[in-house]
Ligand binder design. Structure first.
Ligand code: UD1
Ligand code: MG
Length: 469
């Protein structure tokens, strides 16, 4: 995301005390993942990017509160004892902001796609002429459904927000809706909230009522409009999937704008922090989990899966490769099909091209690891390290039983099980000797042609019974 200028003197209150019942989940809704991190982490990151340095997350008293607190640290949480409505939820943050009088940006924890730019636009509107005390982020939709309606006057000023359940038919016809995001003068916010009533369709304390309440006191409100795709809320798994699609699309656009070619963007899944260099090419059906960095000019071929991996410049990975956390692939190395690398550094120009597992290891520069090689890193209790020297050649189908070191330039004969260190430039082989039986294959074929069957054994001669003498 692009860097925006800082908005000093503002704090955020993020509402996340709702039960999220429709997720049918034991995990708090705001901790469900989006592009590889909890949805609320997206909001916290966007706040930071918008220069909002301080945030209070309002949580329920349930068992998930601690996990949410952990996810939003170092920001604080405030507990809303009972879910009495959005107005009551914002009020729960009063104590945490007792020393604060700047602008307060209120956000819904389950609407994490809002961009830093939009946050900044809302805050900027609060500070510009005609200096409204309250700015609501609205959006237009053909299907306003259950959203609160923004009721504006002839001058465009916001007069009230009417919840769908309390709206008249005329009000329901309004297509300008409340996103749930607002910026409020911090000097006025809590005073207004304390005066809210709950005499409405839901019997809740509506945050939205502070618009009309403020207006009666001479506090003007204004509307800033945003894109519905940024403001969608997540209440179900289906909406989570829809939000993921939006997040992925943004990440793909960002990757391509940064100079990466995605051959079929819709099939490439990116992590929130995926970094692709210039002239990186990504084939179809590639998945990037969190923590992946790919250097300039690298090629990630189809059906590869990368997570927590660093891929150097000019490296070729895949097709069908798996890079797990701690894989560090240096420049110009090749990682081929059905190769899995975990917690291992593959140094410059090394080649591991087929059907191999390398875990807890170093593969030295220019080494060649043959097809079917396995670093046997786990003995059932502990993990052990395999060190392969520069320029070493590991023959196909080798088992390297860790801990073990293969010296620089050493060769391992195919099919070996290596349990002892091998010196530099030595050849080690553990295969059993090869036998050869002259003509045996031809004899076998002749027998098959005659009707097959195992070769007839000559009946063993019974030792003749000794005649009694
Ligand atoms: C709210 C708005 C509505 C707006 C919509 C946008 C009110 C009264 N209505 O309606 O105008 O169009 O959001 O999505 O504000 N929450 C708490 N504690 C509570 C109740 C809610 O923390 O006691 C949190 C929820 O976790 C959620 C947010 O507040 O993150 C919004 O609550 P929700 O119940 O979804 O409000 P809506 O009825 O959708
Ligand atoms: Mg809602």
């Amino acid at each position: 995301m692009t860097k925006t200028k800082s908005v000093a003197g503002s704090a955020a209150i993020v509402l996340a005390a709702g039960l999220g019942t429709r997720m049918e989940s034991d995990v708090p809704k705001v901790l469900h993942g989006l592009a590889g991190r909890p949805m609320i982490a997206h909001l916290m990151a966007s706040l930071a990017e918008a220069g909002v340095g301080r945030a209070v997350v309002v949580v329920g008293p349930g068992p998930g509160a601690e996990a949410v607190a952990e996810a939003v640290a170092p920001h604080t949480t405030a507990v809303q004892a009972e879910q009495l409505g959005t107005g009551d939820a914002v009020l729960a943050a009063k104590g945490a902001l007792a020393d604060f009088s700047g602008d307060v940006l209120i956000l819904n924890g389950d609407a994490p796609l809002i961009t830093p730019e939009t946050m900044e636009r809302v805050l900027a509107a609060r500070r510009s002429a005609p200096h409204p005390g309250l700015v609501v982020l609205g959006f237009r939709t053909d299907a306003p459904g259950a959203y609160g309606r923004l009721i504006t006057g002839a001058d465009g000023a916001l007069e009230a927000i009417v919840e769908a359940g309390d709206a008249s038919p005329d009000e329901l016809a309004v297509d300008l809706c409340n996103s749930g995001v607002m910026a409020v003068d911090g000097e006025r916010l809590f005073g207004l909230l304390q005066r809210l009533g709950n005499d409405n369709a839901k019997g809740e304390y509506y945050l939205t009522d502070i618009v009309a309440l403020g207006r009666a006191d001479g506090l003007a409100s204004a509307v800033v409009e945003g894109a519905p795709s940024e403001l969608m809320g997540i209440n179900s798994r289906a909406e989570l999937a829809a939000a993921e699609a939006v997040a992925q699309d943004r990440l793909r656009q960002r990757a391509m704008a940064g100079g990466a070619t995605l051959l079929d963007p819709r099939t490439v899944y990116l992590g929130f922090d995926t970094r692709l260099g210039r002239d990186v090419t990504v084939g179809p059906h590639v998945v990037f989990g969190p923590g992946v960095e790919v250097g300039d000019g690298a090629e990630i071929l189809a059906f590869s899966h990368l997570e927590g991996a660093h891929v150097g410049a000019g490296v070729r990975v895949g097709p069908f490769a798996r890079l797990r956390p701690g894989a560090r692939i240096a420049a110009e190395a090749h990682i081929g099909n059905f190769v899995e690398i975990k917690n291992a550094s593959v140094e410059a120009g090394a080649k591991i091209n087929h059907l191999t597992y390398v875990g807890d290891a170093r593969v030295g520069a220019g080494a060649n690891v043959g097809a079917g090689t396995i670093t046997c890193n786990y003995d059932g209790i502990d993990k052990h390290f395999t060190d392969i020297g520069a320029g070493a050649f590991i023959g196909s189908n080798t088992a390297l039983v860790a801990p073990v070191r293969i010296g620089d330039g050493a060769m391992i004969g195919a099919g070996s099980v290596i349990t002892k260190d091998v010196a530099a430039d030595a050849l080690a082989v553990t295969r059993s000797d090869q036998k050869e039986i002259d003509g045996a294959a031809a004899r076998f074929r002749q027998r098959q042609a005659k009707g097959g069957g195992a070769p007839k054994r000559k009946p063993k001669k019974r030792p003749k019974a000794k005649r009694g003498g």
